[in-house]
Design a protein around this ligand. Sequence first.
Ligand code: IMP
Length: 453
Amino acid sequence: MSERRVLIVGAQYGDEGKGKIVDLLVQREKMEVVVRYNGGNNAGHTIVLDDGKYPLHLLPSGILHSEVHNVIGAGVVIDPGGLAGEISNLRQKGFSCENLHISARAHLVLPWHKKLDAHLGKKIGTTARGIGPCYEDRASRRGLRVGDLVDEKGRVDKDHFRARFQEVAQEKNLILTRCFELDPVDVAAELEAIFEVAETFCHQVTDVAALLQDLDARKKSILFEGAQGSLLDLDWGSYPYVTSSSVALSGCYLGSGGHLLPGRRIGIVKAYATRVGEGPFTGELGEYETIKSEKREQAMSEQDRQAALSGDDYQMGRWIRQAGQEYGTTTGRPRRTGWLDLVALRHAVRLSGLNGLALTKLDVLAGIPKLKLCTSYTLDGAPLNQFPPRIHQLARCRPVYEEWEGFDGWDEVSDFTQLPSQAQAFVRRIEELAGVPVQILSVGQHRDQSLFL
Ligand code: IMP
């Protein structure tokens, strides 16, 4: 188990600010390899540089550093058009992306996956990127992999791919048209489109497990970057309101290259909670149905703020959403907001054996006079300290809160002790309740607004 290997994993329902932390570690600790191991372009990792924001969906968050190997592992599902688009965008901005390696074992998100997800994913509130149907096909052995599209010499393997695509398309078109009365996939047009975009990245396809083993043998530092959050893990999250991949530590083995155990395992957690899509959300501020029906959220008025201060949860939820700019990177949806849930955080700590936390967006809470932390639950009136495995129980859990004095904002801080004392106490209490030290504290969106504790 090596300290050279670091796991970065979301410890909530996704959107914890992982992109910034990965980018920061690559810079500060000179990580030499970044591996994405799960999910697809349902993820949205944002990196903020002086010249603007770089939202990444499939590319690992070390991609802007040309000297860093960026690896897309076998556990990731790749939309070929999405990947090519991201690479082309970065190339236009002067980043070559030649530091990218793509696993031949990664599965491809194909047109029928997106159609089926758009049609069937509403109950879960999926991102409609085809993620679930693609992982389904992986498990049922109907999937097509990057290695079907690109041969061992890095060339687009048209004959082989066409035959496999046509075979699967036949069955999928029957399902689309007969079961769901949807339009069939235009096989010829889709094949041409895939062949065209594959030219963007075909020379970067390789056996990633072998590559990682070699880099590890050469004592390179490796950062494993998880997408989504632990509470969206297929097995350990709030099933069935989860994503379709293994998010936590187990996904890191499965989706990267086997035996490379990360010695440092850092959970990324926001100072409050958010969730997108359907599913229970203990400690939610405001009714989800109200938030869901809002198309475009109005800026808060003074009256709304006063209502928030007088105990209106919905307005407090809006306050946090607007202060934290909590709108989906991938979908633009307003995120549901709530107070930090320590029961859920402890669950995430246990799942991945986390030994450190990166606490993000503390600055968003500045100016709110009274803050809350959910320290435990009650279920039908009885105390509960564990994240329950049954979704109908989770839906009935009620938060037990601890109240904290709020704190004022800050312009610049370079040390933890320069933060307002109430902010320091709030952080210390989170550490205590989580049972894991906060190692990194993010106090603003730029790289340099980060403290190492
Ligand atoms: P899917 O991953 O698109 O299948 O969506 C399943 C659930 O995971 C939905 O509730 C999504 O909103 C949620 N989800 C997927 N990716 C992310 C993410 O990167 N951040 C937050 N939620 C996500």
